[in-house]
Design a binder for this molecule. Structure first.
Ligand code: A3D
Length: 321
């Protein structure tokens, strides 16, 4: 059986980590594409020299022209500019929208059958723009945010309860940003919902509220510590989990930014929702019931994402067609 081909558009902090993880997991051959002269080739060579030590087989190449991604099964997009301290995700919009136009053209020409995972911020607007510019089917173009946000939530809950991260599930919906919707009601430890744990005296509502806020600020917390650049290990691992579910048809139920087509009463918008990821891409979007306060948070998040899409359309009105 031929190996899968994984193309990474952007060979920066996340791109390099994606290549490392894809190699360690033997997901396929890897192409690192970047516009920065020499960077994709240097990282590819370094990683290829790591392979004998770790004992995996994968072709790893650097590239600076789009024909190198031809026939890719999975494309993960991190190309663009990351957030700097004090910069909001929204500030990135204009710069990264131009990048999505280039990447979309490359995908349309060379990798029209790929499953595409966008990570570039502001996430919900960039993945929307990438689907438009590439013309790929919406079920094959998704955004990574929810797996990362829920992993942060899981980690903080595991610390709070002093239990393994493995036994904590957590649920985050909505846009990736300050208005994301962490759903306490659907988060659990060993199957016990967090509200029950509050009633059992394991923690308090106040402490959970503080954790929820820390999840919302999770990206900024790391940006402020690093001073240059933003989180990259966990974002890369989250995207690899999505890629693996597609390549192995695992049908994992993951929170991903997916294009809504009537679900949650919304159309033509990308938003974080629970979805089954299998060999056909987004195979099913799950519509969970939201109570009044959750619905209000969700609607705030929708409004924020709609605002970003409107900003994209002001810059590039052609995307509206
Ligand atoms: P960084 O290390 O700067 O890598 C970005 C790479 O993109 C650089 O190597 C650039 O040379 C390259 N690049 C720039 N323009 C182009 C272009 N036109 N074509 C191809 N490559 C180009 O950033 P990073 O890897 O740390 O982050 C990448 C993106 O992910 C940023 O937009 C971050 O904001 C975003 N990010 C999103 C999340 C989410 O949870 C959604 C988390 C962390 C980072």
């Amino acid at each position: 059986m031929a190996r899968n081909k994984i193309a990474l558009i952007g060979a920066g902090q996340i791109g390099g980590t994606l290549a490392l993880l894809a190699g360690l997991k033997e997901l396929g051959d890897i192409v690192l594409f970047d516009v920065a002269d020499g960077v994709p080739d240097g990282k590819a060579l370094d990683l290829a020299q790591l392979a004998p030590v770790e004992g995996f087989d994968a072709g790893i190449w650097g590239a600076s022209s789009y024909d190198a991604i031809a026939g890719a099964d999975v494309v993960i997009v991190t190309a663009g500019v990351p957030r700097k301290p004090g910069m909001s995700r929204d500030d990135l919009l204009a710069i990264n929208l131009k990048v999505m136009e280039q990447v979309g053209a490359g995908l349309r020409k060379y990798a029209p059958d790929a499953f595409v995972i966008c990570i570039t911020n502001p996430l919900d607007a960039m993945v929307w723009a990438l689907q438009r510019t590439s013309g790929l089917p919406p079920e094959k173009v998704v955004g990574m945010a929810g797996v990362l946000d829920s992993a942060r939530f899981r980690f903080f809950l595991s610390e709070e309860f002093g239990v393994s991260v493995e036994d904590v599930t957590a649920f985050v919906m909505g846009g990736h940003g300050d208005t994301m919707v962490p759903l306490v009601r659907y988060s659990a430890v060993g199957g016990i919902p967090v509200p029950d744990l509050i009633r059992m005296g394991w923690t308090s509502e106040e402490r959970i509220a503080a954790i929820v806020q820390r999840v919302r600020d999770g990206g900024a917390e790391i940006v402020n510590l690093l001073k240059t650049g933003s989180a990259f290990y966990a974002p890369a691992a989250a995207a690899i989990a999505m890629a693996e579910s597609y390549l192995k048809d695992k049908k994992r139920l993951l929170p991903v930014a997916a294009r809504l087509d009537g679900e949650y009463g919304l159309r033509d918008i990308y938003l974080g929702v629970p979805a089954v990821i299998g060999a056909r891409g987004v195979e099913r979007i799950v519509e969970v019931e939201l109570d009044r306060s959750e619905r209000a948070m969700f609607e705030r998040s929708v409004a924020a994402v709609e605002g970003l899409v409107e900003a994209c359309l002001k810059i590039a009105p052609g995307l509206g067609k």
